[in-house]
Structure formats: C-alpha cells, structure tokens
Design a protein around this ligand. Structure first.
Ligand code: SF4
Length: 424
C-alpha cells in the first residue's frame, strides 16, 4: 500500500496516501535559463506536479536561483558526485535535493548535505541505481540483483536515520523491468518512506512508454509507489508527463482531462478511422474535463460497447451518428462527424448537460436500427453474447458457453482503493 510516511516537495505531498505525483526532468542545460523555463512551463501545462533539473555545474546553480522563483511547480535539484553543488542548491532555494548517497563521496559529505537540508526544511530523494551499487554488494548483485538493490537502499535509509534526517523519499532504479517490480515490492515492505518509481533509461517514446507502463503500472496496481517519472529518450519532456498521466488514468488512480476510447477496427470498418481518431485525440488535448469519448469504426454493433461513454461517434459509408451516454443524438454527414461531435461536447459542457432534440435523436435511432438490420447476420462478439443471454434465459437452447457465476468484486479489497483522486 501507499507509504506510511509523507514528505512535501514544495507544496506537493508525496506518500502517506497522497495522490501519486507526476514528475519529469528538463532536458535543457539548466544554465540556459530561457530554454529551461520554457520547458518547465510546458511540462507544468502538461500536468507535471514537480520538475527536476540537472545541476552539474556552478552556472546551473546560478540559474536555479531564478528558476525556483519563476517555476509554477516545485523544482528538484539533481546532484551527482559533488556534494557542494547540493549545498549550493539548497541555498539557491531548491524544493528538494536528489542524490545517491553511494556516489557523493562518503558519509561525511552526505551528513553535511543532510544538516543543511534539515536547517532549510528541504527534503531529499535518496536513490540507488543498479549501475552504482556499493562494492560490498557486488557479489550479492551477481547472485541476486534484487536483494542487492534493496539491501543498498535499506542501508542508505539506515544511514540517513543515523544522521537524524528522515525527510526523504527513496528510489531504486534499474533498466530491468522484472527486477524493478520485485525490488520495489520488497522495499515497500521494508521501509515506511515514500517511494519514487521509474524505469531508468527506459528507451524511446514507444518502447520506453510500454516498459514504464508494465513496470510502474504493475507496482501502482499493487499500491506501491508515491511519485513517478517516465524516462524517455526524447527532448520533449512533456511527452513523459503525458505517458505518466495515461498510466495513472488507466489505473483510475487520478483523473485529468478526457479519456479517448476507440475500437481496434476490423474488416467491418466503414471510415478512415486512423485520421479521425488522431484528429479527435489532438482536439481533446484542449479540454480539462474528464469526459470519456468513444469512436466506433462501424455501427454494426450499435453503440452498446460504448454506452458508458459521455460522447461518441460511429459511422457508416456516408453518414455517421453522434451519441451520448448510450443514446443517439443525431445523424450527420460523414465529413461533418468530428466537427459535429465537438459542437455537441462544447454545447453540453457549457450547459452542464446534454441537450437532446427528440426529432433528431429519433432520426438517429432509426438510422442505427437500419444499419443493425442490414447487418443482422453479422456474428459480432456482442451478438454472440446476446444470443447466449437469450438461450440461457429461455432454456430453449443449450448455450455453448456455460454460465459461470462471477466472483463478487470487493472494491475495498482493491490495492488502489482509497487512492483515487481528481486533480484540482
Ligand atoms: S466491429 Fe465495428 S466497432 Fe467493432 S472493431 Fe470492427 S469496425 Fe470497430
């Protein structure tokens, strides 16, 4: 479950049952103030709660002094090897310091940073990377890399506690997805501190997003992890933020903006789904409301599969249907389908409810019934299910799938229960 302890990075709570915080890291040279600020504004706009900037030089500390004042979200200073840069970053106003105790030059230097951070009320993220474990764990790493990673993290936690510093979160990073999952599960059992999740050097937008979704999604579904960063090989940090949000939205851990659902298409497809879905997805980016919008490639199945959606479209050759909450709203020419959908969305959001014109809705329902009738012989998955239900209900035919009593779903037993949040 979520960590017992909570820390605050700026005003953002991490752990202790707080919403899973989304963070990313700028890709610019931090000393390039204008470029860095531009990227921070972009990632904040995309939904980042926190941003991290690399501080490898004194010039970066200088820029950091201005960045922390101008940034709309808290800023973490990312430090490697040089503890004096951590001290200077605390003085510059960083909201959090990230460092790996294993690569900062010894306990005394970590202690110096802890004292300064404590005086300034600045939390830290202490990390362990699979590539930089302490020497005494190298043999164990060859035998059991997961135990070695967790062992290092637990040792660093003990070191911080012995320094009387407990205002921190912990990260274990590996490029190996199964090891990341196993290590963070173990770590969550062994420490009460908030956990930062990430798959290090995950890869390109495509492969990195998938690895992160599998690794982080598995952990988050277990209730492990309090803040996440998706590491992608792209200069567009806002892409990392979008992927992070998609993972949180998919798990219903947080809500932000619309959810698009679209059928996978098949041989029954009646219009150019690729371009229509892409256009709808792009236009939905302008909306903050958590509406669900469905795109069905044909009307053969009616709108049953998407009846839970707030709005949707389905098409045939020359015409399409706009629907809302499972009910037809109107039939429109194919070329006007997307614009008409957005007119309905805008009007409904302005009014606070969907406006139904009974005559147009009836015309749409007739059109839909005709399409379904014309394709009545199609054995779509929905129709097979309906036949099953009918056969089971009347007892006239032996269903070819025996009804199985579904197990009762216990919502409170879900590992993500109680951790669902809407972003204000
Ligand atoms: S049957 Fe229609 S709605 Fe279902 S996948 Fe095929 S095109 Fe899409």
């Amino acid at each position: 479950m979520a960590s017992k302890r909570q820390i605050f990075v700026g005003g953002v709570p991490i752990g202790g049952g707080a919403p899973v915080a989304v963070q990313t890291m700028t890709k610019t040279e931090t000393a390039n103030l204008e470029a860095t600020m531009e990227q921070i504004l972009e990632v904040a706009d995309a939904g980042a709660d926190i941003v991290r900037v690399a501080i490898p030089r004194d010039d970066d500390v200088q820029a950091l002094k201005t960045i922390v004042k101008r940034s709309p979200i808290p800023v973490i200073a990312d430090i490697h090897f040089n503890h004096t840069l951590a001290l200077k970053s605390i003085d510059a106003g960083a909201h959090c310091i990230r460092l790996n105790p294993g690569n900062i030059g010894g306990r005394e230097k970590v202690a110096e940073v802890a004292v300064r951070a404590s005086e300034a009320g600045v939390p830290m993220r202490i990390g362990v990377n699979s590539g930089s474990l302490p020497k005494h764990l190298h043999a164990l790493e060859r035998e059991n890399p997961v135990e070695a990673l967790v062992g290092a993290a637990v040792e660093f936690v003990a070191m911080m506690e012995s320094l009387a510093f407990e205002d921190f979160k912990v990260s274990i990073k590996s490029t190996n997805v199964p090891n990341t999952i196993a290590a963070n599960r173990l770590l969550a059992d062994r420490i009460p501190y908030p956990i930062h999740l990430g798959i290090t050097e995950a890869g390109t937008k495509w492969s990195g997003s998938l690895k992160s979704a599998v690794g982080l999604g598995t952990l988050l579904a277990d209730g492990v992890g309090d803040t996440i960063r998706i590491s992608l090989s792209t200069f567009h940090a806002e892409e990392e933020v979008k992927v992070a949000w998609e993972i949180l939205k998919a798990l219903h851990l947080r809500e932000r903006g619309p959810v698009l659902i679209a059928c996978p298409t098949c041989g029954r497809l009646q219009f150019d789904m690729d371009s229509v879905v892409a256009e709808i997805e792009a236009r939905l980016e302008a909306y903050a409301e958590p509406i669900e919008v469905a795109v069905l490639g044909c009307a053969v199945n009616g709108i049953g599969e998407a009846s839970h959606a707030d709005f949707g479209i389905t098409g045939a050759k020359n015409e399409g249907l706009i629907f809302a909450h499972g009910k037809p709203l109107k039939k429109v020419p194919q070329d006007d389908l997307v614009d008409a959908l957005f007119r309905e969305i805008d009007r409904s959001l302005d009014r606070g409810s969907v406006e139904v014109d009974d005559a147009k809705a009836a015309e749409g329902a007739d059109w839909l019934a005709r399409i379904e009738e014309e394709n009545a012989d199609e054995l779509t998955p929905e129709r097979i299910a309906a036949m099953e239900r009918a056969a089971a209900g009347t007892g006239e035919a032996e269903p070819f799938l025996k009804p199985v009593k579904p197990p009762a779903l216990d919502e409170s037993a879900s590992p993500t229960a109680g951790r669902r949040f809407t972003r204000a």
